[in-house]
Design a protein around this ligand. Structure first.
Ligand SMILES: *Cc1c(COP(=O)(O)O)cnc(C)c1O
Length: 466
């Protein structure tokens, strides 16, 4: 064995102890670690002939790279839709690296870590009150979840014409209908060879909504003259957390032939709360659903899952199967993840979610979710009292707002960059209904009313200076 590796092997406990202590120090200080910084360094580090060993590498990391790290998992990082990591999720993430399983088959000659993934999906279905009719699997994020689901949708579309697009390529125009898709779904249309411009935009409902206008949807369907289509619907749009009417969509299935996909990356968690579950009523009728875990489930990046109805398992295998050999036996019994999703080798990505669900239960996630939505409303009320205006009603956890008054539109960008530069809070710029705006998203388990108070003070100060 290489000497440095041998030394590291001997020092394993010291190395892990140091790493643990570093983790404790960071997590204990997270509230005071800035949400942004301007630190940078020369990235042209020379690769040594002789290695440093882990302890020296850790020293160099701490000197040069650690200063880059911001408190994106802290309580005041409200940009994009950014979750944190709970203690249990970190346990799961650490153990994922330590056990280092390649999670593929359920009946492997080696390990069967895929059973852990099965169990985690089963727990998640209970959390979201969805039936066992879905097959689920873990991918890196909602983008890959949308990709997996829309990949199977594409195969389904071909099958309506007796064609196998996975084998022979796309030979029909694929009709896609959607109102306010997330940008990642559009990226998926590009990746899937459908084309990022090749979708039909359905009108949104009147009255400051981002949800599908059902009348316009049906008119667009009628224009297709009985041809099949793929519907990309939303459980939580990023700007205003709006939801399509899933019961109404479900009833369209009696009349029309379509694949129904729901992107519920964060909004799917509405299902855990009695106050909000009406928003997803009827979503169990979908063919496929996307959910992110690194948002509201508060597990470390990269964690999301797809749910696809088990009745489509053959289409799913046609899309993703890893060998040209015919599939032997019952695919659900002879199951291997590498035949139903993009990756082949994969880590035991379900473990952080498994630990979180076991550690905090239904009530834990209900509390996180209801705390987030209460804080969003609280922040919204404080904004209105402080020279800001809401661009849309607060439906869930996202607050879309701007500076009050048309004349202040050109001040929105400088205000936001000055605010983010304080390092006390981070928010994202947006454009909503042709207005420059700002978005704050509440998903982190640590955020409290005190954080909202602190941010409002900071905003008033920055506003008085620009
Ligand atoms: C965040 C988000 C995505 C993309 O998720 P990633 O995890 O970044 O890949 C897709 N759809 C919606 C609605 C989102 O909020």
């Amino acid at each position: 064995m290489n000497l440095i590796l041998q030394q590291d092997l001997n020092d394993f406990d010291i190395i892990l102890e140091k790493t643990k202590q570093q983790g404790i120090d960071f997590l204990n200080a997270i509230e005071n670690i800035p949400t942004s910084n301007t630190y940078t360094f020369d990235t042209k580090s020379v690769l040594n002939e002789l290695g440093l060993g882990s302890i020296e590498a850790l020293k160099e990391f701490n000197e040069r790279l650690a200063p880059l790290m911001v408190s994106s998992s802290g309580p005041r990082y409200w940009g994009f839709v950014t979750g944190g990591s709970t203690p249990a999720s970190i346990v799961g993430d650490w153990l994922t690296a330590i056990y280092d399983q390649n999670t593929q088959a359920v009946k492997a000659q080696g390990g069967a870590s895929a059973l852990v993934e099965f169990e985690t999906i089963h727990l998640l279905l209970q959390l979201l009150e969805l039936p066992d009719a879905f097959l689920g699997g873990f991918v890196t994020g909602a983008t890959m979840s949308n990709f997996t689901a829309l990949g199977v949708a594409r195969q389904w579309y071909g099958a309506q014409f007796g064609k196998d697009f996975a084998k022979n390529g796309i030979s029909e125009t694929i009709n896609i209908l959607t109102a306010t898709p997330h940008s990642s779904s559009i990226k998926c249309l590009s990746l899937l060879g459908i084309g990022s411009q090749n979708y039909i935009t359905v009108k949104t409902m009147e009255g400051n909504r981002e949800a599908l206008d059902m009348t316009d949807l049906e008119e667009n369907i009628k224009k297709l003259n009985g041809k099949p289509f793929i519907l990309i619907s939303s459980a939580g749009t990023v700007n205003t957390a709006d939801f399509d009417d899933f019961e109404a969509i479900a009833s369209l299935r009696e009349k029309y032939n379509f694949w129904w996909h729901i992107d519920g990356a964060f909004g799917g968690f509405a299902a855990v709360s009695n106050k909000y579950k009406h928003l997803v009523k009827g979503w169990d009728g979908a063919d496929s659903i996307t959910i992110d875990c690194h948002k509201w489930l508060n597990v470390p990046y990269e964690s999301a899952f797809f749910l696809i109805k088990k009745e489509h398992i053959n289409l799913q295998i046609e899309t993703f199967q890893n060998s040209n050999a015919p599939y032997l036996g019952n695919p659900l019994e002879n199951f291997n993840y590498l035949n139903v999703l993009p990756e082949n080798s994969r880590r035991l990505r379900a473990l952080p979610a498994w630990f979180s669900l076991k550690a905090y239960g239904k009530e834990g996630f209900r509390d996180i979710m209801e705390n987030s939505t209460a804080l969003a409303l609280h922040f919204g009320n404080a904004l209105i009292e402080n020279d800001f205006e809401l661009l849309a009603p607060i439906r869930l956890n996202n607050v879309c707002f701007t500076l009050k008054g048309e004349h202040n539109q050109e001040k929105v960008a400088p205000f936001l960059s000055a605010l983010n530069d304080t390092g006390k809070v981070f928010m994202t710029p947006t454009v909503y209904q042709n207005k420059k705006g700002i978005r704050a998203s509440f998903v982190n388990w640590r955020t409290t009313e005190n954080d909202v108070k602190l941010v409002i003070q900071e905003m008033r100060e920055v506003l008085s200076k620009i």
